[in-house]
Design a protein around this ligand. Sequence first.
Ligand SMILES: [Ca+2]
Ligand SMILES: [Ca+2]
Ligand SMILES: [Ca+2]
Length: 553
Amino acid sequence: MNKWLPVFLFFFFLTFYAKAQTVLINLGTTVVETSPLYTTSDPPWEMKYGPGDSLWMTTKNGKVFRIHPTTGAATLLLDYTANVYTGGEAGMLGMAFHPDFSANPYVYIAYTYPNGGSNQERLSRFTYTGGTLTGETILIDNIAANTTHNGSRLLMLADNTLLMSTGDAANTANPQNMGSLNGKILRINLDGSIPADNPIPGSSLYSFGHRNPQGLMLHSNGKVYSTEHGPNNNDEFQIIEKGRNYGWPNVVGFCDNDMAGETAFCTANNVKEPLASWNPAPAGTWAPSDLIWYAHPSIPELQNSFLVAFLKTEKVRSIRIDAAGEAITSQTDYFVNQWGRLRDITTGPDGSIYIVTNVNPYRVIKIRATGVTPVAISNFKAICNQQKSVLTWTTTTELNNKQFLLYSSTDGVKYDLAATIPSLATAGNSNNSLAYSYTDNTNLSRANFYKLINEDKDGRKKDLGIIASTCRTNDQHFALLPNPAKGQSKLLMTGVTTLMDVKVYNSLGQSVYQNRSNGTVVLPVSKWQPGIYIVTVLNNKAEIVYKNKLVVQ
Ligand SMILES: [Ca+2]
Ligand SMILES: [Ca+2]
Ligand SMILES: [Ca+2]
């Protein structure tokens, strides 16, 4: 059973801003500015917003950089390129910081290294001092490494223990083998010792049955969430619990027998199922890398959701969960095919989001909310010119705009579409003021109301306001109420001093009613067949001063 809710793919448009390479993207009600902060030929792997209000980044070839989150200035803190094994997906990978960094300036790093004829992975602690990382202390060693499936995400927990994910190192015998450190999530104290409350005394094993988890995050609800690469299907999003079996290689995704024997194995081993198991059609994987929880209000479209960066599908998925944090309520994709493969994602205290790409030249992309409204207008006005309403407005910005919908109403309550006015902006995008004018050719001798709505190219609509135009002849005002009418309708005349001829015609042009009045005329609608009638009022020069359709039901 596929448990996840439908995915809503949004198509985003771009427009180039004055600043080179800065791209504005309309997420709905929020326009974000995206710009490359840092570009490098060193392939980034882990990026975290960390101590010193900086971005800290490992690169697969064995370097650690600190990057200024505004200027993009980068400082090389560690060059371990001579010590790191970088075959395939291996290299310098996950990183975490001591929670009390000012007192204990420790940076924890997982990397793979050549060891005789084989390749292995370790977790080490470095000390940040004088702008460099020095004094390596090995905390866990001799984890099998391979060109694929090296896990290596690090996550600091609130109880000052550290989680490290390990992959199966392309050996499916590892994850269910309690004697192997591979295909696991490991948990240690910050000095490398084994926490007393680990599930197996004296062992760093925390959970097992993993294939290649490369996303780990701690939610404020206390739960640890993880993404994991599936084989050629069933990428997973799940909650990591102490001592649980996550099924690999006997189970992929849910315990649903899409691979033979899953339910029996799940029952026998108390397998923890994922919250989502992604199976793109017709077949394949999306390849999730790391994930964060985005709580900042500056981008409401993303606020209070997980953001997962994907490699193969080149997108960020926003995942919302229920109050208990145990079920997914919605999933929406953003930034699809915007920057190529995405290796990691992090966020800073001001709500900026940083993404590292997995395409050379590798880039750190900064995403932040702007004050820009997707479509903003000023000076929405209506005047009456020769009994016709002339509406004008000016756009101050247009992003992804398709058209304006102009609705008309005689009473300010019921509105009907009067016109669609296409955007004047090239491709719907403009940062210049554009002037719009529209004349309603309806002959008016009364007040009329107009509502303006903008519709963008993705079908999103935004109400831009309501305005009234007043067309009166000598301050005379006429109204038919109700209209449509059943049984009775009144013609109201105000400001009329001289007697007027009131004439009503049916749809064949035959006169059905005639009267002379300068006040209220009760029309004998109950005597008329249902249909459309024309009500006219003529002054003493036989000029039509009012003409309107009356619908009799
Ligand atoms: Ca990360
Ligand atoms: Ca699993
Ligand atoms: Ca399954």
